[in-house]
Design a binder for this molecule. Structure first.
Ligand code: MG
Length: 427
């Protein structure tokens, strides 16, 4: 027990770039100047997270000792009786990361030191080579290799169809007036650069499979074996086609195939494992331990790909990572541009400590974002580096953040992709 107590808890919402929609929790203590920040960014439902933090967790936390992270996590987790889910876990993550930040500042140590120290100097990141044509993807991949990257994720538009992870090109679309009928539309590049061009349009699995396989063939032949390649299926393939796809891409020796199947189809990973040694990374939309734990204990995946905020922060992440380590499984935490720099700093601190780190998804933050978040992790030569400052090593300029309120117009939905008859394709 210390004399320091939690004095206030706030959610700070800021959207400095379209679609970024960051939510950051600030915990202030009774010790003047001692505070911590954490990431609670759920860009599709930020107002719900804010309510969970300020209306429900704030009164629960005020007066508690910020040093008791484990106790606070456990008691807050069950304080709603019904628990988990993206809203409650993101809220809890904001609290948890802020408490680790405070503990580090009190100790005068970076969080990775509190966790046991560095297992590596910097965290290798992967870059995104994503374009309308295979030629452009190839150019981008070579550009990244020249910049020093060792890991590149490759995505290309499927000619004539909606695709995850790449924009542009002519596409078949549904006619919103007439219903199921093939029409041809010109896909506009997405204005929301964080959305990875979820162009609403018709998705068909086989054309996607052929274009992705042909891209992997081209890029592997072009870059040789000096770089690791990653590809994201985005959980859209029908189950037996997913097994088939994983088998067919085995020849390209990917670092991993990402999100082959959605959380409601995890039972199929046994079928995949029986058929192929293509490495599997899964977990970015997982938020309940019941989803990821059987995949780890069954040694059915190769990389845990959760992001920290939907699972509840650093406290659960270190447990998942330890369990994965004992099963010979590595991590590949999700970190796209809609993870706040505070969340990315939390990823980095865990990445640096754990022995079974695989790779970290990179987020490139604009100068504007870096100005709002002084101390944001930097990327150099294909690695993300810590500044070694106490806590998470990052701060927020609240005055500047307030200049960019969330744009809640339209609600911020993740666009639906549909089959030709209008059926929603579940990611
Ligand atoms: Mg993914």
């Amino acid at each position: 027990m210390s004399n320091v107590k939690i004095r206030d808890v706030r959610a700070i919402l800021t959207e400095p770039e379209p679609g970024s929609r960051f939510t950051v929790v600030k915990i202030e203590t009774t010790e003047p100047g001692l505070y911590g920040i954490g990431c609670a960014s759920l860009r599709t439902r930020p107002q719900a997270v804010k309510v969970a933090i300020e209306q429900y967790l704030r009164p629960f936390l005020i007066g508690k000792d910020p040093a008791d992270i484990e106790d606070i996590w456990q008691s807050a987790y069950v304080s709603s009786y019904w628990r988990s889910g993206p809203i409650l876990n993101n809220a809890l993550s904001g609290i948890d990361e802020a408490l680790w930040d405070i503990k580090g500042k009190v100790a005068g140590m970076p969080v990775y030191d509190l966790l046991g120290g560095k297992a590596r100097e910097a965290a290798a990141v992967y870059a995104h080579a994503s374009a309308a044509s295979p030629e452009e993807v190839e150019d981008q991949a070579h550009g990244f290799i020249e910049e020093g990257y060792h890991f590149v994720r490759i995505q290309v538009a499927t000619p004539g169809f909606a695709t995850y992870g790449a924009s542009g090109g002519e596409g078949r679309d549904r006619d919103p007036q007439d219903g199921p009928k093939w029409i041809t539309t010109k896909a506009e590049p997405a204005d929301d650069k964080y959305a990875y061009a979820q162009r609403a349009g018709v998705y068909e699995p086989k054309p996607y499979m052929r274009s992705a396989i042909s891209l992997m063939d081209r890029i592997r032949s072009s870059v040789g074996w000096k770089v690791e390649l990653i590809h994201d299926v985005h959980e859209r393939l029908p189950t037996i086609l997913a097994v088939d796809f994983a088998k067919e891409v085995e020849q390209f020796k990917l670092f991993y195939l990402e999100d082959l199947l959605p959380p409601h189809e995890i039972g199929w990973y046994e079928r995949v494992r029986e058929q192929t040694s293509t490495p599997m990374a899964i977990g970015e939309i997982f938020n309940n331990p019941l989803e990821i734990v059987p995949l780890i204990t069954g040694r059915l995946i190769d990389f845990v790909r959760t992001r920290l905020s939907p699972i509840g922060g650093i406290t659960p992440a270190k447990k998942y990572a330890a369990m994965a380590e004992l099963m010979g499984i590595r991590t590949a935490f999700q970190g796209p541009g809609n993870v706040s720099p505070v969340g990315q700093a939390a990823h980095l601190n865990v990445d640096l400590n754990i022995s079974n780190f695989g790779v970290q998804e990179e987020a490139i933050y604009s100068e504007k974002i870096q100005e709002i978040f002084p101390g944001a992790p930097t990327i150099r030569d294909g690695f993300m580096w810590s500044n070694g400052e106490p806590g998470l090593g990052i701060d927020i300029n609240e005055e500047l953040a307030a200049k960019y309120p969330h744009n809640d117009e339209g609600g911020g939905h993740f666009d639906n992709v549909r089959r030709a008859d209008g059926t929603v394709v579940r990611p």
